[in-house]
Ligand binder design. Structure first.
Ligand code: HOZ
Length: 425
């Protein structure tokens, strides 16, 4: 038994399933998870001293790679001033200014502690603002483990075949209307069947929790139009895409403006942070100005703000998006060529530093298409890559990430390992 396996055995006795978040358990790819001892740049070092090229990037946040010196320095500086104040602090203002400056639709913003808190608060705010209770979400989109959003959810919920979690009262789930992504006609009919009852439509504008899926031409524009016509709040969950697809997220790339935006991951620079923001008239419905309550002892935590500000400033200064896209293309075209060479059907949707591998003949437009892809082939590729020093996400339904610490030679090296894996399918 190696060290990771020993740790996992111990962990299983005292932590449910041995992990603090289900996707870490490797259930859908088989085997047992490795434990990480340290992470630097584009690489993880396991408890057994194995070095892995990391395409998970802590599920998105590590856009600058692990342990970036400027982020480390910002955290250690902040550490000397105390770890939590429970009062407003100057960094919260700087963070809010940055977010308002960078994200096109955000006029006011509130910090919280995770992406889950951000989406949960957006939903409550939309309900409070509109006085309506139903919401629309899309099958395969994952918005954290919020009760009303854990219905036909992606990510870990999907990986374990439980897109509908136990523990959510029927009455809660009834308030959530689940529709297929990329089809505007079903949205129109759901709204006419539930006239004046829908508070919000929440969407990952580029869904990244059932693999990586892109909207069809006109889809996001259509959602925007439908929401405006029906006085429904449009919520973009940009927890994964924010600051990654572009500095201002999908909304900047597409020019489509939601009413509210949920943020997380990159804005914490590796520490636990979430935020949500949007139009002032909606945001002013929050307590203490308005009737919608939302709070948090650690919200705007000074260490997390310092890390997040450093992370955002680095992006602002270096604008690495062309470089990230180059690496993303190197990977996606490289792996596609390998698949073609072995006549293995593969789709690799990619934008910038986000992409996923669908073992499928046809392009993937929604959850149904994603589930029709060959997850066993992904499992096989995952295992061979891992044995050869390349860490892909441990599920066919998660997204791969690249950081600015990755180099072209890392991608070339990874493609060599992938070629080995494809040759053995
Ligand atoms: N939110 C992450 C992206 N699917 C998964 C991280 C987790 O559930 O631990």
């Amino acid at each position: 038994m190696n060290k990771s396996q020993e740790l996992f055995e111990k962990a299983k006795k005292i932590i449910p399933g041995g992990v603090n978040s289900p996707v870490r358990a490797f259930r859908s790819v088989g085997g047992t998870p490795f434990f990480t001892k340290k992470a630097l740049g584009a690489k993880l070092t396991t408890a057994d001293e194995t070095e892995l090229i990391d395409y998970v990037c802590t599920w998105g946040p590590a856009i600058h790679g692990h342990d970036h010196p400027q982020i480390r320095e910002a955290i250690s500086k902040a550490l000397h001033h105390g770890t939590s104040f429970g009062t407003p602090g100057p960094d919260e203002v700087e963070m809010a200014e940055l977010l308002v400056d960078l994200v096109p639709s955000v006029e006011k913003v509130r910090m919280c502690n995770s992406g889950t808190e951000a989406t949960m608060s957006c939903i409550r705010l939309a309900r409070g603002f509109t006085g309506r209770s139903k919401i629309i979400k899309f099958a395969g989109c994952y918005h954290g483990h919020v009760d009303s959003l854990l219905v036909k959810a992606g990510s870990g919920a999907l990986t374990f075949g439980n897109p509908d979690s136990a523990g959510i009262p029927e009455s809660f789930a009834r308030e959530t209307i689940v529709l297929p992504y990329n089809d505007l006609s079903v949205v129109k009919s759901a709204l006419s069947q539930n006239d004046n009852q829908v508070a919000a439509i929440i969407v990952e504008p580029y869904p990244a929790n059932c693999g990586f899926i892109l909207p069809k031409d006109g889809y996001l524009e259509g959602l925007r139009k439908i929401c405006s016509e029906n006085k429904v709040i449009l919520i973009f969950d940009e927890v994964m895409t924010g600051f990654r697809i572009s500095l201002g997220g999908v909304q900047q790339r597409t020019g489509i403006t939601p009413d509210l935006t949920a943020m997380g991951k990159i804005i914490g620079g590796g520490l636990p942070v979430g935020a949500f923001g949007g139009k002032s008239d909606i945001m002013d419905y929050l307590a203490p100005l308005g009737p919608v309550y939302q709070a948090g002892t650690l919200s705007g935590n000074p260490l997390a703000m310092a890390a997040g500000i450093a992370s955002l400033k680095l992006l602002k200064e270096s604008t690495p998006y062309d470089f990230l896209d180059e690496l993303g293309k190197q990977f996606s075209t490289g792996v596609k060529n390998i698949a073609d060479q072995y006549s293995i059907p593969l789709q690799v949707p990619q934008v910038g530093s986000m992409f996923s591998l669908f073992f499928s003949e046809k392009p993937v437009h929604n959850l149904e298409d994603a589930l029709a892809s060959n997850a066993d082939q992904f499992k096989h590729i995952f295992q061979i890559c891992l044995k050869n020093g390349v860490y892909l996400p441990p599920s066919a339904y998660e997204t791969c990430f690249i950081s600015t610490a990755h180099e072209k030679k890392d991608i070339t090296n990874s493609l060599e390992k992938l070629e080995k894996a494809f040759s053995a399918i």
